[in-house]
Design a protein. Structure first.
Length: 445
């Protein structure tokens, strides 16, 4: 599904339409699809369905529209990608300490589902009570890969962090690459409908409420102006409302050092600065890693920010946001803000800002047509990476280190984001910052 570079989801009455936008690079694909036989069209529809099931497992997407500019290429009807088949049931005997919430997490279902199966009119259950619950034939395993966190895995399989920790006997949120985890995939929505307000009960915690309704603790605290995690029975909490929280967060995983790895290669593998990896592990320039050694890896979650318009990009701070969304070795598409011309690049190095190179000689030629040759002149651009559009500024003068050798570009060029600095003096370049604000829509042209 490499043609899905830009998309939009439109919701109506709990159902979604996925709109896929093709660019001029995909005109041939659009023509082929229009003239394809039924077998090829069926294959495409199956591919779109698989993409949706993988990336939007909890959304009810019934229609996909493929657009080339303003032209509708195809309308693809889809089946509901949420698995709503009734699960086989088994009997469970309630033990001391059980609650409907704990059972819903254990069996990968919802409280309402258990109540419906057992004709319960309240959340009250008692020791030795026999309850019908979904069978655990939905169990599977997941092998931890680079970038995984318990939160990410729980979201992928429609379960909770607590459930993952319980069935794997984990005492912390720490996991490591290559680790095999047992997972219970949810056969129904594992979170309940989010109420506007929630009345705190005895035993409730912010963590438990956040897992129950799939809302982050930080969001609940911001909605209710809480300065700590302390809540009390009878307290009314807002769970819906407008929050402007776009604060990045950091979690951690473990990495087992393999033969040939060093601090630099591991930092590149996980898309984090080498200096940060050294700091969180207490390393210095003389540290030598050992095969089999476990080291701590920070994983940065950078929330998506709203943009002024479809033409503008997210205004991300370089130090706390942009460098993690666009790490070293990441390939991206650059679109010149004024002309709309696009070319592909790769970030090959850079700490104070992104040092990048054209991916191919063709990309170099397109960039030269925009800048009128090689130039230190700065221009507002949009960097598209992993489906996100970021506001940035760029000059196109080859200099210093070169990593890509067949792109007709001798060196690298500079891309700046909000608050990034120059390598030569560590100062913010105000010309770049002006152009970044234009591409973000903060400053009008």
């Amino acid at each position: 599904m490499d043609f899905i570079n830009n998309y939009k989801l439109i919701e109506k009455d709990g159902e979604y339409t996925l709109i896929i936008y093709l660019d001029k690079m995909h005109e041939e694909f659009a023509d082929e699809f229009g003239n394809a036989d039924e077998k090829k069209k069926t294959q495409l529809i199956d591919s779109i369905q698989d993409y949706i099931n993988k990336n939007f497992p909890k959304l009810k997407i019934n229609l996909c529209k493929i657009m080339l500019g303003t032209m509708l290429v195809a309308t693809v009807p889809l089946v509901n990608n949420i698995n709503v088949k009734a699960a086989d049931t088994s009997t469970y005997k309630v033990v001391s300490g059980d609650t409907l919430w704990k059972l819903s997490q254990r069996f990968g279902t919802s409280i309402n589902s258990i109540k419906s199966l057992n004709n319960l009119t309240s959340d009250t259950i008692y020791v030795n009570q026999d309850l019908l619950v979904p069978s655990t034939n939905n169990a599977t395993t997941h092998k931890v890969v680079s970038g995984d966190t318990l939160y990410k895995i729980a979201k992928t399989y429609g379960t909770s962090i607590d459930n993952l920790k319980n069935i794997n006997n984990l005492s912390s949120d720490m996991i490591y690459v290559g680790q095999t985890l047992k997972v219970q995939k949810s056969t129904k929505e594992s979170v309940e409908e989010v109420p506007t307000k929630y009345k705190v009960s005895i035993g409730d915690t912010l963590w438990g409420i956040s897992n129950r309704y799939n809302i982050s603790v930080s969001t609940i605290k911001e909605l209710n102006n809480l300065n700590s995690d302390l809540i009390y029975p009878g307290q009314i909490l807002l769970l819906k409302g407008t929050t402007t929280s776009t604060k990045p967060s950091v979690s951690y995983v473990s990495h087992k050092v393999e033969s040939g790895e060093n601090i630099w290669t591991i930092s590149i593998k996980y898309g984090i600065p080498q200096s940060e990896l050294m700091e969180v592990n207490g390393f210095n320039e003389n540290t030598q890693l050992s095969i089999g050694q476990y080291i701590k890896i920070p994983v940065h979650n950078i929330p998506i920010k709203e943009t002024v318009s479809a033409k503008n990009g997210e205004y991300l701070d370089w130090w706390s946001e942009a460098q993690y969304v666009f790490p070293i070795n990441k390939v991206a598409k650059v679109t010149d803000y004024h002309t709309g011309k696009s070319f592909n690049i790769k970030r090959t190095i850079g700490a104070n800002h992104a040092d990048c190179e054209p991916l191919t000689a063709t990309d170099t030629a397109i960039a030269k047509s925009i800048w009128g040759g090689y130039s230190w002149k700065v221009r507002p651009i949009i960097v598209e990476v992993d489906g996100r559009k970021l506001a940035a500024s760029m000059s196109f003068m080859p200099h210093s280190i070169q990593n890509i050798t067949n792109n007709n570009f001798d060196g690298h060029f500079d891309i700046h984001f909000a608050n990034s600095t120059r390598h030569k003096d560590g100062l913010v370049d105000m010309d770049h910052q002006r152009e970044i604000k234009i591409s973000a829509g903060i400053t009008k042209i």
